[in-house]
Design a protein around this ligand. Structure first.
Ligand code: NDP
Length: 354
């Protein structure tokens, strides 16, 4: 069914539907609510987005001292709700942007229709894609040190990656663990200099250059005859990509911090994406190729990926959606005015009679 106007009892209609509840989604909501668009946020399965897995945030403007990521997101949510944003916990699993109004379906079975849509679904952690990583996910392999670091108190762990995330998470882990080894495939880190300085100054952190993780070792869940207490990671197999040397290292945990991929699977085929799945938008705009559909934050941003840039794009998306919705309201009046003009004209006298 493509007719978005056919509503079921489950259908929720709004002028502006915002998909995603990170800094982009909440900022879009604040601006849209203040513009009287009665926005609805479908918050997704991780309300607050990636910021909820961050501890100290030192670079969000307005705070002299570090603030906690989850706290900051809570404040953004409260601010959006204060102006009349409705929050719904659901996950969009299907979209129809050809329908009028645009139609989206939640995992709950609920349907949402909207005059305009802001996509602010952010990005998700990338994985190495090796079999043993998959086997041990949640049993010693994690992509979130903030969430799982606590479980490795007084133990030794490795973290894979060379960007800001890997360095930040390695530093965070030193609060709990005995030792962190940062495994990097290159011979120089991508992370900012200030972060690198902190890393190299920390006695609990060692860096292994030109090294790749080939295998996670241990007893995976589902191993026949294994006791629950035996399940988990015991080490890693590492390969030096210059010399080819393979070594084993005893560790209790493996953290993967190699970047993020945009959360756009559900929009594939419905809006234009680039080769890596980021939503394409017009220059200096959040407009996608579909009129009335906007994209803001990490879901369209491969370059900056900051909470503050995401928030800025959320603001842009709400302003652009507001203007688009205003043109929809104006359209029937224009059509009516045109009709009147046509009616006043004398009837055409045949082909080319005008
Ligand atoms: P980045 O893309 O910056 O870094 C990813 C790292 O993972 C790179 O070092 C890359 O290696 C490595 N990598 C990628 N794929 C693989 C693979 N298959 N195997 C081994 N290593 C791999 O991602 P981040 O998540 O670190 O950062 C994303 C953005 O977010 C950046 O712009 C960053 O500055 C920002 N950020 C800012 C923070 C802050 O300001 N507090 C905190 C965290 C992130 P290589 O270098 O060889 O390509």
């Amino acid at each position: 069914m493509t007719d978005g106007s056919k509503k079921t009892a489950q259908t929720k209609h709004t002028k502006l539907l915002i998909v995603g509840s990170g800094p982009a989604g909440y900022t879009a909501a604040v601006y849209a609510a203040r513009a009287g668009l009665d926005p609805v946020i479908v918050a997704g399965m991780q309300p607050g987005g990636q910021m909820t897995t961050t501890t100290d945030v030192e670079n969000y403007p307005g705070f002299e001292n570090p603030v906690q990521g989850p706290w900051l997101m809570e404040q953004m949510q409260k601010q959006a709700e204060k102006f009349g944003t409705e929050m719904i916990t659901d996950e969009i699993v299907d979209v129809d942007f050809k329908a009028n109004p645009k139609k989206l379906t939640g995992a709950s079975g609920r349907e949402y229709t909207a005059d305009a849509v802001v996509i602010a679904t952010g990005a998700q952690a990338k994985w190495l894609g090796i079999d043993s990583e998959e086997k041990f996910k949640g049993y010693g392999v994690s992509a979130c040190a903030t969430c799982d670091g606590f479980f490795y108190k007084d133990k030794e762990v490795v973290i894979v990656g060379g960007g800001n995330t890997a360095v930040e998470e390695a530093l965070f882990l030193t609060q709990f663990v005995d030792k962190v080894t940062l495994i990097h495939r290159g011979d120089a880190l991508r992370a900012e200099k200030i972060m690198q300085d902190r890393l190299f100054d920390n006695d609990k952190i060692e860096v292994m250059w030109n090294t790749e993780l080939d295998e996670v070792l241990g007893t995976p869940p589902g191993t026949p005859g294994a006791e629950m207490s035996e399940i988990g990671v015991t080490g890693v197999k590492l390969r030096n990509n210059k010399t080819g040397d393979v070594t084993e290292k005893k560790v209790a945990g493996v953290f993967i911090a190699i970047g993020h991929a945009p959360a756009t699977a559900v929009f594939k085929g419905h809006v234009d994406l680039d080769q890596d799945g980021y939503i394409k938008t017009k220059p200096d705009s959040t407009e996608t190729n579909i009129p009335g559909v906007y994209a803001a934050g990490d879901v369209k941003d491969r370059k900056f990926k900051q909470a503050v840039t995401a928030a800025g794009m959320g603001c842009m998306a709400a302003l652009e959606a507001d203007r688009y919705i205003a043109t929809l309201k104006a359209k029937p009046k224009l059509d009516a005015a045109n009709k009147n003009t046509v009616q006043k004209r004398p009837a055409a006298k045949g082909p080319g009679g005008r």
